[in-house]
Structures are given as C-alpha cells and as structure tokens.
Design a protein around this ligand. Structure first.
Ligand code: ATP
Length: 371
C-alpha cells in the first residue's frame, strides 16, 4: 500500500497546517499525506476541525500557517474554481429551477466546454449515477437519494482529480445511506479517483474508506486502516469513538517484554494481556476489550481465574444478528461488562436470561492496553 512506503509521493499533503478563527485554533499544526486513488475519511465529533481541513483543501478557507499540496502543486493563492478538486456539499446545493441534466451541465458550460462535449459528458454522468430516466425532472420531483446522486453527478462532471464529500449522506435514511455507501465505493473504484469524505459517522467511515484519520480538537489522533483503528486503537479516545468497547481501569502488577498482568481497579479481577506496556508496575492503564471478544463461558467455568470474571446478566439486547449482554460484575449497578455474540444457534441451544450467573472470559490477545 502506498502509505506503507515512505518514499511514495503523496497526492494530497497537509504540511504543518494551522487554522485560527480569531483566538480559536480550529486546526493545530496538522500534517497528513493522502495517496492517489485512496478513499480517505476524516472522522471526528462535532467541532473537531474536519470540515475546516477539507475547506482549506477546496480553497474556501486559507490556512493561518502551513502549506497544502495537491499533485505536487502548492495550493497557496489558488482560488477554489481553479483547483483540481470539487466539493459536494451536504445540502447538495442544486439549482431548483433547472432540470437534472441542466444541473449537471452547469459547471461544464461555465467552463465554455463545446455543446456536443457537454451533451456527451452529461449523458455519461447520468448513466454512471443511474439517473438517465430522471434527466428532465427538476430537483423537487426527485427523492432524497436521487437528489444526492444528481449532486454527485454534477461534482464528477468536470472530472476533478479529487472529489471532496462533506457529510454527503447525512440527509438520507439508514437503508439508503448504506446502499449509497456501496455505490460511492463502486464509483470510486470505477473512476479510479481520489475521494476524501468528511463524516462524524464511524460506521460510514469504516465502510467506505481505505484509511481513516480520527480527529479531535483540531488534531489528528490516529491515521490507519479501518481494521487497524478498530483492532489496535492508539488511545482511549479512539477505542471509545470507534465501535463499542469495554474500558477497564487496571493497575499493572507485573510485566515482561511480551506480557502484562493487571488487576482491575474497581473489582480486583486479574487480567493478563499478550502486550508490553510502557506503564510501570503500580501505574494505572486502560484495558480495552471489544464486546465480541468477551465470551460467556460454557460448562462449569469458575470465576476468579485469570481473564475469568463472574457476573450476573443485567440486560440483554437482542439485535437480530447478534445479542449484547450486559453482565454486572461488581457492586455498582453501572459496573458492567458487555459481551456480544452471534445469534446463529446459541440462543436456541442455550438461552441466556436475566439474572443468570455467568462467567465472562477472554483470551490473552483479545484486548489492548491503552494510556
Ligand atoms: P461539524 O461536524 O459540527 O461540522 P467539524 O469537525 O466539521 O464539525 P469545523 O466546521 O471544522 O468542525 O469547525 C471547527 C471549529 O471551528 C468549530 O468550533 C467551529 O465553531 C469553528 N469555526 C469553523 N468555521 C468558523 C468560522 N468561519 N468562524 C469562526 N469559527 C469557526
């Protein structure tokens, strides 16, 4: 992969970029490399600076300091309409009085493209986004999903080098959103273009992106593939932000180069993990373990062993494909561990019910130690 090779030239590069609005720093000395044909996601909560970062690339905001390069070119001083990028807005910003085909043709005509070429390009875009039968309709005669596709067709019509997508699916319902995520991925593969998406939805970022940058307070917290971010978050913030996780505060009791032993602070159960830590013995860390890595032991497992915790079933959420069990493991009502299991046959074979005494177990390589 290009990002694994330090000599591979990036397609987009933010170099020590800072953006201040008055006294407030929205983006803090941020450096990031994005590669050609990547589907890259900027992910973070509201106000973390992700849209500001994208708007600086598009040219709608100017960095307070630092540089942005696209395909080797320093973008400083280049106005948005002369940049080889195009941005699709959440609101779609379609012209209400123009038909679908006229909306798509608008930017091309402004660029003084000959009429025959405009016609050919518009029909190519209509086909690509499966909008042929709606060419003559006005935006108000379309569904939300169709409007979204018109906006996409219009953004792609000029064949930009980079498509910037600012929360592009925010207005769609869940099912349509999921369908459109796959359409976007197919489109990106077909066009072999670089796509940069801004989203606060971690599932969306995980679904579409080759790599994700998790942002918080104007800074990059982790940049990695969806699997790396999920399996090996680099801090408590990322573990908590991406997916569901049990975060257990634990004190290091013993450590080697390959193994760390801990005791949970609240309930004193023993945890063993196949991971070294730079925390010293006696220091407190976070042990993060995904619910699907916590199993409910079968047979006569006894609580109290290493990575074996006794609990009482407190809550069961049946979600169809999986169930999530909240087991109370300590005195406090909020002191629970979550275990997720696939419903394939388990629920039929051995139903688990409220107030059952269970033993929760997990493997030594199941969780990660975070600071
Ligand atoms: P959201 O998902 O809510 O849009 P975001 O991560 O995209 O969040 P940004 O829009 O980049 O966040 O904004 C980052 C911070 O900068 C916010 O605190 C916002 O209020 C502030 N900000 C953004 N634009 C301006 C502006 N033009 N003037 C002053 N402050 C701004």
């Amino acid at each position: 992969m290009p990002w694994e090779n330090p000599d591979h030239p990036p397609f987009i590069e933010f170099r020590n970029v800072t953006k201040k609005f008055g006294d407030f720093t929205a983006v803090k000395n941020l450096s990031l490399k994005i590669y050609e044909k990547e589907f890259f996601a900027l992910l973070g909560g509201s106000g973390c600076g992700k849209t500001t970062l994208m708007r600086m690339l598009a040219g709608f905001e100017t960095p307070t300091s630092g540089q942005i390069f696209l395909d080797g070119q320093d973008l400083a001083g280049i106005p948005p309409y002369r940049r080889p990028s195009n941005m699709m807005f959440q609101s779609y910003a379609l012209f209400p009085h123009m038909s679908v085909e006229k909306n798509i043709a608008f930017g091309l005509k402004q660029d003084k493209m000959p009429a025959s070429e405009v016609e050919a390009r518009v029909s190519e875009m209509l086909k690509l986004t499966k909008l042929e039968q709606f060419a003559k309709r006005k935006p108000h005669q379309l569904s939300g999903g169709q409007r979204q596709r018109v906006a996409l067709a219009r953004s792609l019509a000029k064949r930009p080098k980079v498509l910037l997508l600012d929360e592009p699916l925010g207005a769609l319902d869940r099912k349509l959103r999921e369908e459109t995520q796959f359409e976007l991925m197919n489109l990106q593969e077909e066009l072999k273009m670089t796509f940069l998406i801004v989203t606060h939805d971690q599932e969306e970022a995980m679904t579409v992106a080759d790599r994700i940058a998790v942002m918080d307070k104007g800074e990059l917290i982790q940049v990695a593939t969806p699997a790396e971010i999920y399996e090996a978050p680099n801090c408590k913030f990322v573990a908590d932000f991406i997916g569901d996780v049990n975060l257990i505060e634990a004190k290091v009791t013993e450590k080697t180069d390959t193994l760390t032993r801990m005791t949970s602070v609240v309930d004193s159960f023993a945890i063993e993990c196949d991971q070294a830590t730079d925390a010293g013995v006696g220091e407190t860390v976070w042990y993060a373990i995904r619910p699907e890595k916590v199993r409910i032991a079968e047979g006569n497992a006894e609580p109290g062993g290493v990575n074996q915790i006794g609990g009482v079933v407190w809550d069961i959420a049946y979600l169809g494909d999986v169930s999530i069990i909240h087991a109370k493991v300590g005195e406090d009502d909020h002191d629970t561990l979550r275990s997720t299991f696939a419903n394939v046959s388990r629920i039929v074979e051995k139903p688990i019910t409220w107030d059952d005494n269970v033993v929760l177990t997990f493997d030594r390589d199941a969780g990660v130690i975070l600071r």
